[in-house]
Structures are given as structure tokens and as C-alpha cells.
Design a protein around this ligand. Structure first.
Ligand SMILES: Cc1cc2nc3c(=O)[nH]c(=O)nc-3n(C[C@H](O)[C@H](O)[C@H](O)COP(=O)(O)OP(=O)(O)OC[C@H]3O[C@@H](n4cnc5c(N)ncnc54)[C@H](O)[C@@H]3O)c2cc1C
Length: 383
């Protein structure tokens, strides 16, 4: 019997690849091996579960069994792959060995938890997967006050959603502005005002230094670097992601910030590919759905014998903060950029130009978001 294509993981990257492979070939043997339950869900929905009062179960689009039947695959859930032998083209999971013809690593990324002093750090919640939300659901449902560590994209979205659901929210980040890696100061300031108006207590330029269980056994005592102390019922860390590259690196596959792949998503090992949040494509991590979708399209062709390079156009990033929605694309934080701003009480269009007056990025907010697609067409491709 011919060996299957094995895909490790059951997140968006893995399942998008399965769907694309099946559209092109109904017979190819495909095995998916995943450490989690394998249910199909849309991860970005985790940004608004509090205001929508959704449980983890509400987010499941298709359970693992249904998915396996629908796409005619062998699906092994709760199987963590421990090692890969790239010479013999085998891997082990749950003490069993599996042989592959081609292997795709779609192992995603893990939420980073900044180190703190105190005994409360094991109570820090992360929301980077359905199972993490499922485990934390009861604590978060009962919590009246929540500390969100991290004021990047995910932290800001979650903070606004928690606040909309009536909880008291405190946000902490060592950066000097919200979404500091994505937004110019003048737009971050507008978002700051909007979040502040909705009641979020924003603490920038500082970090959590100590986290202890409070005397009541339920809440947590928080101390910030700046000396401020307060209590909350729950703590969420949204302080960034780290690509899950250890499995690959232990197998001798080249890794840097992620699993290094070329323009065909091939790793340094023969017949091994990487896709999604775990992959570093031409030096860049691309932890968003659209690049994963486009990458899966190219990889499916390659796996089925038609080598294809990925081409990534300029892609929009949407900040899902309904009180102050934002879309952005390209270089939006370059210090030397020249900004052209058109602001009204309906929102803002901010265009960034380089020294040659070439548009290199833009940010649009609120009603001005209808400018996003025309501007997108003026930007050069991402890869
Ligand atoms: C709250 C939130 C909101 C977001 N909003 C947006 C948005 O609005 N727009 C957007 O474009 N992107 C958004 N993103 C990012 C986007 O969801 C991710 O880029 C994408 O879902 C990543 O998919 P993935 O399959 O690469 O990784 P994951 O979903 O992390 O899947 C990794 C899989 O690998 C498995 N795995 C890992 N190691 C092993 C192992 N050793 N053995 C077996 N299985 C293993 C895991 O169990 C899991 O099934 C958001 C992310 C979050 C957290």
C-alpha cells in the first residue's frame, strides 16, 4: 500500500490543506495526526466569545469525526507527535510509528507567557486555541474583573470584547502605545481613547512584576513594575506567539523564529514541508489566515506532483475592535515614512510614503475602511 501524506496538526493550516487537496484529488491517502481534539473551528472567533456569550462548543463548525468522514481522511486525535525520522521518513506519536510519503508540519504557535514573580503564574490563561478557551471558560464566565497582559492585536481585541461584556478590564504592556508593532502613534492614540471610553484601564510602559493568589483564594493580587497594585479574578496573557518548531528542530530541520521554508514551503528535509503559524517563509512569520490559505493552495499542488511557488499579495490586517474598527496593510510603523492623513469625524485614512513618494502602507479606520481595497491595489506584493 502506498504511504500517505501525513499532516501534523488540525488547525486552520492543516484543515485548509486537507480541503484543498481533496478538491484536486479524491483518492490520495491523507492522515492527520493532532495533539488536540481535532474539531474544526474558526480561531478568530475567540476574539468575541465574551460579548457573544459563546461557549467553546458553540464555535465548533464540524467535529473531528464529521471532518474525517467529510474529507475521507484518517484522523488521529489526541496523538502528540514526539519525533520525526527524516531519513527513514517515519514519525512516532503515542508510542506508534507511522511512515509517510510526504510530511507537512502544521503545528501552529504557542502563546507566550511573560515570566513574573509570585505563585500565581500557573493561573494565567491563554486563548490561542479552542481547548485553551474550553479549559478557562468557567473561570472567565465567573470573573468580574480580568487583567489582559499584552496590548497587541489579540490583547486589544480581547480587552474590548471583555469590556463590552460588562467586565472590569485592566490592560498592561511595556510598549508605549497600543498595537505598537502595527500602528503609528496617531492612530494608536485614537484606539486608546476608544478603549478608555469603554472603561478599559490601560497601563502602558510597565509590566506585571508579581502575581500571587489573593487571601480569598479566588482572586489574584497583581503588582506592576511601576508599583501599582490591584486585584483581579482572572489573568489572560496575550503577549505574543512562539512558533511550535521544537519537533522540527529536534529532527534536525532548519529553524529560526519558525520552521524555515522556501518559496514552495519545503523545509531543509526531503519531502517535509511546513505551513501556517509554525512556518518562517523567506524570513517572515505570517500568522494570519489569508497567507495560510494562499500557501495551502500552492502546497496542495506541490504535494500532488505539480511544484508551485507561493505568491503573497499585499494583505489586509483587520483589527476586530468594533468600537473603533481598523484595517491596515504594508509598512505602517517605519520611522522614516511620510504620512498623508485625511481625517473626519467618520474616521481616518492615513497613507505612508517612502522617500520616493511610493505608497508603502496605509491605515484606515471606521467609515474610511471602504478605502481599504482601492489602496490595497496600489501596494506592491508582500512576497
Ligand atoms: C484570538 C485570535 C484571533 C485571531 N484573529 C485573526 C483574524 O482576525 N484574522 C486572521 O487572519 N488571523 C487571526 N488570528 C490568527 C489565526 O487564527 C492563526 O494564524 C491561524 O489560526 C493559525 O493556524 P495554524 O493551523 O497554523 O495553527 P494552530 O491553530 O495553532 O494549529 C496547530 C495545530 O497543531 C497541533 N500540534 C502542535 N504540535 C503538535 C504535535 N507535536 N503533535 C501533534 N499535533 C500538534 C495542535 O494541536 C493544533 O491542532 C487570530 C488568532 C487568535 C488567537
Amino acid at each position: 500500500m502506498s504511504k500517505p501524506i501525513i499532516i501534523i496538526g488540525s488547525g486552520f493550516a492543516a484543515y485548509q490543506l486537507v480541503k484543498t487537496l481533496r478538491r484536486q484529488n479524491t483518492q490520495q491517502a491523507i492522515t492527520v495526526i493532532t495533539a488536540c481534539d481535532g474539531d474544526d473551528y474558526n480561531k478568530p472567533d475567540l476574539s468575541h466569545v465574551f460579548s457573544k456569550k459563546q461557549t467553546a462548543g458553540d464555535l465548533v463548525r464540524m467535529n473531528a469525526l464529521q471532518f474525517a468522514a467529510e474529507y475521507n481522511i484518517t484522523l488521529l486525535t489526541r496523538h502528540r507527535v514526539d519525533s520525526i525520522d527524516t531519513l527513514n521518513k517515519t514519525l512516532t506519536a503515542n508510542n506508534k510509528q507511522f511512515a509517510y510519503d510526504k510530511l507537512v508540519l502544521a503545528t501552529g504557535a504557542s502563546a507566550f507567557i511573560p515570566p513574573t514573580q509570585g505563585c500565581g503564574s500557573d493561573r494565567i490563561i491563554t486563548l490561542n486555541s479552542l481547548s485553551e478557551y474550553k479549559n478557562a471558560q468557567q473561570t472567565l464566565t465567573e470573573a468580574e474583573s480580568v487583567l489582559v497582559i499584552g496590548a497587541g492585536l489579540i490583547g486589544t481585541e480581547i480587552a474590548m470584547d471583555l469590556s463590552s461584556s460588562g467586565r472590569k478590564v485592566v490592560m498592561v504592556d511595556p510598549a508605549k502605545s497600543l498595537l505598537a508593532a502595527m500602528l503609528p502613534d496617531f492612530i494608536a492614540a485614537q484606539l486608546y481613547q476608544s478603549l478608555g471610553n469603554s472603561g478599559v484601564d490601560i497601563n502602558l510602559g510597565t509590566k506585571v512584576s508579581r502575581l500571587e493568589q489573593a487571601a480569598d483564594g479566588r482572586s489574584m493580587d497583581i503588582t506592576l513594575d511601576c508599583g501599582r497594585t490591584f486585584q483581579v479574578d482572572a489573568v489572560i496573557s496575550a503577549a505574543g506567539l512562539q512558533a511550535n518548531a521544537r519537533l522540527a528542530s529536534e529532527a534536525g530541520i532548519s529553524c529560526r523564529r519558525g520552521i524555515v521554508v522556501d518559496s514552495k514551503l519545503q523545509t531543509s528535509a526531503r519531502d517535509v514541508y511546513a505551513l501556517g503559524d509554525c512556518a518562517e517563509i523567506q524570513g517572515k512569520l505570517q500568522p494570519f489566515l489569508q497567507p495560510i490559505l494562499l500557501s495551502a493552495n500552492a502546497l496542495a499542488k506541490t504535494l500532488l506532483g505539480q511544484p508551485s511557488e507561493i505568491k503573497l499579495p499585499a494583505m489586509l490586517v483587520k483589527v476586530k475592535t468594533p468600537d473603533y474598527p481598523i484595517q491596515l496593510c504594508g509598512s505602517t510603523t517605519q520611522a522614516e515614512a511620510r504620512w498623508q492623513i485625511d481625517a473626519s469625524n467618520q474616521g481616518m485614512t492615513a497613507k505612508a510614503f517612502d522617500n520616493n513618494d511610493q505608497l508603502i502602507g496605509f491605515v484606515v479606520t471606521q467609515e474610511h475602511m471602504k478605502q481599504a481595497f482601492p489602496l490595497l491595489r496600489q501596494l506592491p506584493p508582500a512576497l
